[in-house]
Design a protein around this ligand. Structure first.
Ligand code: ADP
Length: 468
């Protein structure tokens, strides 16, 4: 099958979170299964600066209000896996802040990703894609333009994070050449007086997927549906829950060059050297366990619960190390917590892949108290690196962490519930029973093979007769 995989971020071009991992590892897994797969992403300024070897793929007219825009599509062939197609249109993508509104102009942000969507449709037609696989709101308008431009490929839309919706004032509609007759609540993209990319994708794609079975059920309820649960209940017959995977070659503690001492399940005692090294790197010391987190610092991730847990952990002699970036208030609170106990708490604010790996390898426990979690990759990576995750039982975390078996889980979104899981983790650490949990966690197989096969079945449905 010829599959065009569309995403606003993908390794090795640009990454803010798990979507970029998925947009590399799922296409690669599909390519390994014999499909012809390309990953289409915008050619942002920060990608241009990376000097990747690129060759021309096509030069095509992308329909746009006024005149079509002649656009270059550049091909990047990585050493392994699916090639990338970079949409080179500086008027929209010459930015170091792809999800930001240029000079506060939200409509310009809407135009950026609407153009991306129309370029995806144009390229998919020229390349002869059988399926266009869309991911999250920046790709949501593809089925709208697909209707306008006669796209024959089937459309599959994966929800990675439902509350991030790309909703814009209706003034955007004429600016992006979208049809007013689809600006309607039923089978259209109108959403409470706004033009919604997410809603366009959900209402008009042939098939919908979200990234874990539990989240697929949760988003059909008002608590998790972010206002779109009614539409998702209506479309439940075409909604699938397929668990994300991780690429075992990218996340492999045996061959991870960022680690001072690579290790596997057979020589897991070497993990202690990574622990000692990361404690030294961060200037930490203590008698208790080291709790680590690698995360976007946003409400979704339960950072408030994590902050409330730091004091009691430190009081008992444990250490906490957090690597993350995001909301200024959380960054400040973490910095304050680290300043109050510099030998027990480390806050590293920013994006640092190497330090992330050393934390996954050196931690005793990985904290992930998310309020909601579509799938989550952090807990899977932590398991692979022998760091039992302590997670809230929600979404993909509920599907990947079995309490007391492959990690620890708690239910209430409260610091007290988190702390009682921390307490249980601590006693398992003290009496050594955590070793069996660690071993089982490391032996879990989160590779993409099974999920890639499930996606193949969904692609077949999306192409089928009457698929929309
Ligand atoms: P989300 O996609 O919601 O941010 P996931 O757990 O699915 O959360 O994926 C997060 C990915 O981003 C993981 O690969 C994690 O290691 C990485 N990550 C998150 N924050 C940072 C950071 N500050 N530095 C390095 N890697 C990070």
């Amino acid at each position: 099958m010829r599959i065009l995989f569309a995403s606003a971020e993908a390794i090795p071009y640009w990454k803010t979170g798990g979507l970029a991992d998925v947009a590399r590892s799922l296409p690669d897994a599909l390519a390994e299964r014999g499909h012809d797969v390309r990953v289409i992403v915008p050619f942002y300024r920060l990608v241009r600066g990376r000097q990747l070897p690129l060759e021309p793929s096509a030069e095509l007219d992308v329909p746009w209000p006024g005149d079509p825009i002649r656009t270059r599509f550049l091909l990047h062939r990585p050493a392994h896996g699916a090639p990338g197609v970079l949409v080179d249109e500086p008027d929209f993508f010459d930015t170091d802040d792809p999800y930001g509104a240029p000079y506060g102009d939200v409509l310009a942000l809407g135009r950026r990703f609407a153009f991306f969507c129309r370029a995806i449709v144009t390229y998919a037609k020229a390349w002869g894609a059988d399926v266009v696989h869309l991911n999250d709101w920046p790709t949501g308008f593809v089925p709208v333009y697909g209707l306008l431009d006669g796209l024959e490929a089937g459309t599959v839309f994966t929800i990675h994070n439902l509350p991030y919706q790309g909703n814009f004032p209706p003034a955007l509609v004429p600016q992006i050449g979208a049809p007013w007759d689809l600006y309607r609540p039923e089978n259209g993209f109108e959403f409470w007086g706004q033009a919604s990319f997410m809603k366009a994708g959900l209402a008009l794609s042939a098939r919908l997927v979200t990234v874990s079975p539990t989240y697929a059920a949760e988003i059909r309820t008002p608590d998790f549906g972010a206002g779109l649960d009614g539409l998702l209940r209506f479309r439940h017959g075409v909604l699938h829950g397929i668990l994300n995977g991780i690429d075992p070659r990218i996340w492999d503690p045996r061959h991870d060059r960022a680690l001072p001492r690579p290790f596997g399940v057979e020589d897991v005692h070497l993990k202690a050297e990574n622990r000692a090294a990361v404690l030294t790197e961060l200037g930490l010391s203590g008698d208790g366990p080291l709790f680590v987190a690698v995360t976007r610092l946003v409400e979704q991730k339960g950072i408030d619960l994590l902050l409330d847990a730091i004091g009691p952990i430190v009081h008992r002699g444990g250490c906490v190390a957090v690597l993350g970036s995001g909301d200024v208030a959380y960054e400040r609170a973490l910095r304050d917590a680290a300043a109050a106990a510099p030998d027990r708490v480390a806050a590293r604010l920013g994006f640092d892949d190497g330090l992330a790996r050393r934390l996954y390898a050196g931690g005793d426990f990985f904290l992930m108290p998310s309020r909601y979690e579509p799938c989550g990759l952090g807990q899977m990576i932590a398991q692979r690196y022998g760091t039992p995750p302590i997670v809230r039982h929600t979404g993909g975390l509920a599907d990947t962490v079995i309490d007391g078996v492959t990690g620890l889980a708690f239910h209430d979104a409260s610091a007290a519930a988190l702390l009682s899981a921390v307490e249980r983790a601590w006693s398992a650490w003290r009496d050594g029973s955590i070793d069996a949990v660690r071993r089982r966690a490391m032996e879990l197989d989160w590779s993409w093979d099974r999920s890639a096969a499930e996606y193949e079945a969904v692609y077949a449905c999306a192409r089928g007769p009457g698929s929309g």
